[in-house]
Structures are given as structure tokens and as C-alpha cells.
Design a protein. Structure first.
Length: 348
């Protein structure tokens, strides 16, 4: 059990180190602590904190720095989120002040705003897609049997891909297939569309197409693109400010992880559901191991019936956690409000 004074000293060491980046000694603590304590007493308490593994001595100084275990203890028991400043709130609101034509634009913009505010790498994930509905599908002929498949959803998103029609698929058959899709599937959620694409739709297409497989592949591919969860990243290069740029192999591995939308990045950020509070993971809590001396702060946000999304920050273990947690609290409220306004426009 730590004493109240030792807890106060640990909290002050973390505050001072995250602000200055320099190891903290007993003399500086004596000047900054809110209570009068002798230098000898502080040294004894620092020795106890070091023995507990919460702080550690650096090679270049007699001062101490927080250990990963110390940060974890601080985050679990001591951190007090600082309210976002009026300037930060204004910057967030101004960043969302433009006109957006689809949800993805708002989500992508949120990553840019957050990275600019914090100088860290920011991630954003839009609301879940379970309730998004299909509103239209068409194929635009481009010549030489090439077509552009266009799928529209009720949240304003438009997905498109280029395809080459298989030799056995005639253009008049394609038109009939598109009418079936729009008659049978428009108004259904994307998961419902995907299910019917494997059950009800193929027998209908066989009435009009000799071989519907090519058409089903085209529609299935653009549907998967529309239904896929996409992360947006802001401030990739901010990583260079606190990573060792001489370790090229590690830098490549981290940048590869960030750009992998469907692999390690999901393990890095964790699940969206079930995380109503701002959550911090650091050290060996992160996977893969290449992230061992970094921290990830995640926060979910809710857009009512339209689902839940996530925002996150990736930065050094030496983050000013109180400030960052408070900022994410404010940011997710503004993002949820902006998305709610957008959805209300379409729902209305």
C-alpha cells in the first residue's frame, strides 16, 4: 500500500515528466509539491516507489522517470481528465464546419482534426454498418465490356468499382438482373442484402440469365466494399517525432500496421462495442510487440440507432494523459453531434 504522500509524489513525477521530458529529482519535487516536505523525505518516498516498480532511474541522471507499471497505476487510480479548453473546442467545431456529402468524409476529417490538435497519430472508425440500407444499384457501360458498378446507401455513401463483364453475360441480361436487384433488395440493410444474395436472388436470376455467376460476383464485390469497416488515419508522420528513426525495420513495421485496414490495426485498436469509457493501453498490453513503448487511447462514440464508432490516438508512453483523455471526451461528443445532424438530414 502506498501512502498518500507517495501517491502525490508519483502523480507529480508523471505530470512533470510528461510535460518536460526530463527526469524528475527530489529538489524539483520539493518545489512543485503542494505540501511542504523535506528533500530527504522525498528521496525516501521515491526509493519506495522505485522498489514498487512504479518509477525508475535513468542512466544519465539522478532523477526518476515513470515506468510502464507506474503509468498503469496512475491511469487506473490517479488520473483526473482535464477539460478541453475553449480554444480546442472551437478548433474541433471549426474543423467540422464544412459541408460533407457522405459519412466517410466526416469520419476522415475527424482523424485529421484530432491529429492536428494533438500532434499524434489519430484513427477514426465510422458508425457500425448494420443498419445501413441499400437505396440503389446500377451498372454504367464504359465500352469494351467494361462497366462501372455503382451502389448507393441511405447514409449518402456511393461505392463504385470497375469490372469487365464475363464473355457469357449479355447486356440485356444484365439490365434484367439490375431490375431484380433493385426490386428485391432496395430498402434492406446491407447484412440482409448479403444474405439474400446467397439465398433468394440466384434462383430469380436464373430465370433471365444463362449464367448469373459473373453478375453476382460483381454485385457481391461492390457490396463487400460498401459493408467493410474502414479506418481513417491522420498524422502518420507524427510518429517520426518520438520514434527512433535509425530503426528502419521497426518504422516500416509500424507504418505497415497502420496502413493495414483489416489486419493488425484491428488488434491495435480493439473492439468498438463495450468501451463506453476512454481506454488506455500501453506497453505489453499492445500487440504486436513492435508497439511496446507506445500508448493507444481509444474512445467510442454513439450515434443512436445508427451505431457506434471509435476514435483513437497512438503516441509515446510519455503522453500527457490527463489532457489527452479530456480532449477525447470532448472530441467524441462533437463528432457524435456532427454525425447525428448528418443522419437527421437523411432521416428527415
Amino acid at each position: 500500500m502506498l501512502t498518500k504522500r507517495q501517491l502525490l509524489i508519483l502523480k507529480e513525477i508523471i505530470r512533470s515528466y510528461t510535460e518536460s521530458g526530463t527526469p524528475v529529482g527530489s529538489k524539483s519535487l520539493m518545489a512543485s509539491l503542494p505540501v511542504h516536505v523535506s528533500s530527504a523525505t522525498i528521496r525516501n518516498d521515491m526509493a519506495a516507489l522505485e522498489e514498487a516498480g512504479l518509477i525508475q532511474k535513468t542512466h544519465s541522471s539522478s532523477g526518476r522517470v515513470p515506468s510502464t507499471k507506474g503509468y498503469r497505476y496512475y491511469l487506473d487510480h490517479l488520473v483526473e481528465p482535464a477539460a478541453a479548453t475553449p480554444f480546442e473546442i472551437q478548433a474541433i467545431q471549426q474543423g467540422f464546419g464544412g459541408h460533407f456529402y457522405k459519412i466517410d468524409e466526416i469520419v476522415a476529417q475527424s482523424a485529421r482534426i484530432l491529429s492536428n490538435l494533438t500532434n499524434y497519430t489519430a484513427f477514426s472508425l465510422g458508425p457500425e454498418l448494420a443498419n445501413i440500407k441499400l437505396t440503389g444499384f446500377r451498372l454504367v457501360p464504359l465500352g469494351n465490356r467494361q462497366v462501372m458498378a455503382i451502389l448507393v446507401t441511405n447514409n449518402g455513401n456511393v461505392e463504385n468499382q470497375l469490372f469487365t463483364l464475363p464473355p457469357g453475360v449479355a447486356s440485356d441480361e444484365v439490365e434484367k438482373a439490375i431490375r431484380i436487384v433493385n426490386d428485391q433488395l432496395v430498402g434492406l440493410t446491407l447484412p440482409e442484402v448479403a444474405k439474400k444474395l446467397n439465398t433468394d436472388v440466384p434462383p430469380m436470376l436464373f430465370k433471365y440469365m444463362a449464367s448469373p455467376d459473373g453478375f453476382l460476383d460483381i454485385f457481391g464485390n461492390v457490396l463487400r466494399q460498401a459493408a467493410s469497416e474502414r479506418f481513417y488515419v491522420g498524422g502518420r508522420l507524427n510518429l517520426m517525432d518520438y520514434l527512433d528513426d535509425s530503426d528502419v525495420a521497426r518504422l516500416k513495421r509500424i507504418f505497415s500496421l497502420i496502413d493495414d485496414d483489416n489486419g493488425d490495426i484491428n488488434r491495435l485498436l480493439g473492439p468498438v462495442a463495450g468501451t463506453p469509457d476512454v481506454k488506455v493501453r500501453l506497453g505489453d498490453e499492445l500487440t504486436p510487440e513492435v508497439l511496446g513503448d507506445l500508448s493507444v487511447i481509444t474512445a467510442s462514440y454513439s450515434v443512436g440507432d445508427h451505431g457506434t464508432g471509435m476514435i483513437a490516438l497512438l503516441g509515446p508512453t510519455q503522453m500527457p494523459y490527463s489532457k489527452m483523455i479530456g480532449l477525447l471526451e470532448a472530441f467524441r461528443q462533437e463528432l457524435a453531434k456532427r454525425l447525428t445532424d448528418y443522419y437527421n438530414h437523411f432521416d428527415g
